[in-house]
Ligand binder design. Structure first.
Ligand code: AMP
Ligand code: ZN
Length: 475
């Protein structure tokens, strides 16, 4: 498997530390609102990566943190805590907010058929470990105290900036980092923040330095080390994390333990809406619930995401979403046709499945080249549909092609098998309507029969009258 490694700025062949195991850490959601489909682009690529590694015979161990404390509205360690702010707005406790949006995140994940990470630790449940790590850094001389917290002195960590390739001086120019008067360097960041004197925080803990809460970055250093060890194999996140969050994770972990944090850093580009990054702050976010309410199958969003390479910016549009839904329907339809293909002949068609299979795997191993994987899939669909139309595909070939689709679905995660099984056992309602329609047809009541056909179609099934009687298949 080749992956683009942000750390070395080139594609590299994955060499796991302890094959066949691959250890992977994904920066997870901050649970203070419904995740939007841009967030889901990043998590779906993490899911795709895990599925791909498992498909290639590795055993992936995946950890994703849940940020339920300490993520401030500004990357510069200022502003309000996002969760506490939302709690104020919704008149709920911070804990209720975190729990509610964590459950919403899990529900979206189920709708999108995301394999849940093996461990999903919450930041708030690991405060003691975070304090220990900060103490370790303090002992090694990497920290200093200001009036509002304990900070990491980035000038003491010589490799600071290696991931983004930016020198600390260059970062100074970056508009996002406001220089707090007490910070020694603009890139220094909070490890522990003190509770403000005049405001009672809902989430705060005692620490050797004073009551407060952890900085955002420290949780990832603690959780990855605790559940995967250090170094681990692959670290993922959105490209917005490269310059600050991941740089800081590396500084903390590597300064504390004198070894690399992770060997491969994989970053997902942004999903854009009208040429700007989809984000709550820029307005116009779309959620998975919105897609479902508009009548899309959420699994079509997986196909939408796979239509672009993860390292390219991707623009969301409803017409592209329509196309993704049509593509999903086509996959399901073809899978059903392959299942039903009963053409008996010893003559083989020219279908070269082995080449399709080789190509799909080759593209997958080539830094998750999803557009090419999808092209291979749709070329196969077109070819088998043509062969079925011409009655040139025999049953055994059809079964093999279907098996290939099901195998690929281990990577794509669009529930092809479930759809076929669903079509096999028609819902009672559909069965009843089909029987009624048969009766009408026998009585030559064509108009009524046609109305029943339309009813069946509304339920998502298409009727076909064949030599062996009426058949229904999922649209
Ligand atoms: P957050 O909950 O803000 O920490 O974000 C969760 C994940 O979504 C992070 O890995 C972000 O980098 C990623 N993310 C945020 N906005 C977008 C976007 N518009 N497109 C793709 N990924 C995003
Ligand atoms: Zn992180």
């Amino acid at each position: 498997m080749k992956l683009y490694n942000t750390l070395t700025k080139k594609q590299e062949v994955l060499k796991p530390i302890q094959p066949p195991q691959v250890t992977m850490y994904n920066c997870g959601p901050t649970v203070y609102q419904f995740p939007h489909i841009g967030n889901w682009r990043s998590f779906l690529i993490a899911d795709l990566l895990r599925r791909s590694l498992d498909y290639l015979g590795y055993q992936t161990k995946q950890v994703m943190n849940i940020t339920d404390v300490g993520h401030l509205t500004s990357d510069a360690d200022s502003g309000q805590d996002k969760i506490e702010l939302e709690a104020e707005k919704e008149k709920k406790s911070a804990q209720e907010i975190a729990e509610f949006y964590f459950q919403a995140f899990l529900e979206d994940g189920r709708q999108l058929n995301v394999q849940m990470p093996h461990v999903i630790p919450r930041a708030s449940e690991h405060i003691a470990e975070m304090i220990k790590l900060i103490q370790r850094l303090e002992k090694k001389g990497y920290t200093y105290q200001t009036s509002d917290g304990i900070y990491f002195d980035t000038s003491k960590f010589k490799q600071y900036g290696r991931l983004s390739g930016q020198k600390p001086e260059q970062k100074k120019a970056g508009a996002r980092i406001e220089l707090s008067i007490e910070k020694k360097n603009p890139t220094d960041f909070a490890l522990w923040k003190f509770s403000p004197k005049n405001i009672q925080r809902q989430q705060e803990w005692f620490s050797p330095w004073g009551t407060g809460f952890p900085g955002w970055h420290i949780e990832c250093s603690v959780l990855s080390q605790k559940y995967l060890g250090q170094p681990f194999d692959i670290h993922t996140g959105g490209v917005d994390h490269i310059g600050v969050h991941h740089e800081n994770e590396i500084a903390q972990s590597e300064a504390a333990y004198n070894k690399p944090l992770a060997n491969y850093w994989v970053h997902v580009e942004f999903l854009q809406l009208k040429k700007i990054k989809m984000a709550k702050s820029s307005g116009g976010v779309i959620t998975i619930k919105d897609l479902i309410e508009k009548g899309y199958n959420p699994l079509a969003y997986r196909l939408f995401v796979f239509s672009a390479h993860y390292q390219s910016k991707q623009s969301f549009s409803w017409s592209a979403m329509d196309q993704a839904q049509r593509n999903l329907n086509k996959i399901y339809q073809t899978a059903n046709r392959l299942r039903d293909c009963s053409h008996q002949t010893k003559n083989k068609s020219k279908l070269d499945l082995a080449t399709y299979r080789r190509n799909f795997k080759k593209h997958l191993q080539n830094n998750l080249d999803t557009p090419q994987m999808m092209a291979t899939l749709f070329n196969l669909l077109t070819e088998v549909n043509q062969l079925i139309d011409k009655k040139k595909l025999n049953r055994s070939e059809a079964q093999k092609a279907l098996k290939t689709l099901l195998e690929w679905d281990q990577v794509l995660g669009i529930k092809i098998e479930e759809t076929i099984n669903r079509a096999r056992s028609l819902p009672r309602e559909v069965q009843k309507l089909i029987q009624e329609r048969e009766k009408k047809r026998r009585a030559k009541k064509w108009k009524e029969a046609d109305q029943l056909r339309q009813k069946i179609q509304k339920l998502g099934y298409k009727i076909e009258d064949t030599d062996q009687g009426t058949k229904a298949r999922l649209i």
